[in-house]
Design a protein around this ligand. Structure first.
Ligand code: SF4
Ligand code: SF4
Length: 205
């Protein structure tokens, strides 16, 4: 199997980017110091952290234009890995507000039951239960970091496993620093939630 090339995104290591990631870190650290049972404090901290993270993503993709556009969906035919319990809990609340919540959950359960290794799964091109007919995420504001971090430098159609250029695609993965994921895992453990899993398994009832 060909390993896609890696690239360096200078803006991701800039002082401005680091300041935004520090804001994200501080918001989550505040949540760690708070009462684990106080969901409103956790929600405020997660919202603040995600605002900072989205600003970080904006900064990087402005400096290094990506191919990602609204309605572009190949990456929503995968099963994001490394999703933490507190992110899933938040996404579950957003799904609960949808009129067809039961059908969405049942769809996640079907996908989770059919789970395979990541490469095999990508080639199946199963649609995320939260993707609408126009190719938009129905829980966009609540999507996990793994969804937010996934971008492409190479043409969008290369992200499709059926593309002859798939092996040459470049997806930089703008994941936050490991310490941020560790705090999200710690917050999840404090609330008795799963530490980390894939999206489909985590969203199945
Ligand atoms: S990662 Fe690829 S499929 Fe996903 S939005 Fe970006 S270009 Fe489109
Ligand atoms: S949760 Fe939203 S962004 Fe993530 S894979 Fe599903 S539709 Fe795409």
């Amino acid at each position: 199997m060909t390993t896609p090339p890696t690239i360096t995104l200078d803006a991701a290591g800039s002082p401005e980017a680091n300041a935004l990631l520090t804001t994200m870190l501080q918001a989550l650290q505040r949540a760690l110091r708070a009462d684990p049972g106080d969901v409103s404090v956790l929600e405020r901290a997660l919202s603040e952290a995600l605002v900072a993270y989205d600003a970080y993503l904006d900064l990087v993709v402005t400096a290094h234009p990506m191919s990602c556009r609204a309605g572009c969906t190949a990456c929503c035919h995968d099963n994001p890995r490394g999703v933490t319990g507190v992110e899933l809990e938040r996404l579950q609340r957003a799904v609960g507000a949808l009129p067809d919540a039961a059908a969405v959950r049942a769809h996640f359960a079907r996908l989770a039951a059919a789970r395979t290794d990541a490469d095999t799964w990508r080639r199946r091109r199963e649609t995320c239960p939260l993707l609408d007919a126009e190719g938009r995420c129905r829980a966009y504001a609540f999507r996990p970091l793994a969804c937010r971090a996934f971008v492409a430098v190479t043409p969008a159609d290369w992200c499709d496993p059926g593309s002859p250029s798939y092996a040459a695609r470049v997806n930089p993965h703008l994941d936050p620093p490991r310490v941020i994921l560790q705090i999200l895992q710690a917050l999840s453990a404090r609330r008795g939630l799963v530490v980390a899993t894939d999206l489909h398994t985590g969203m199945a009832p």
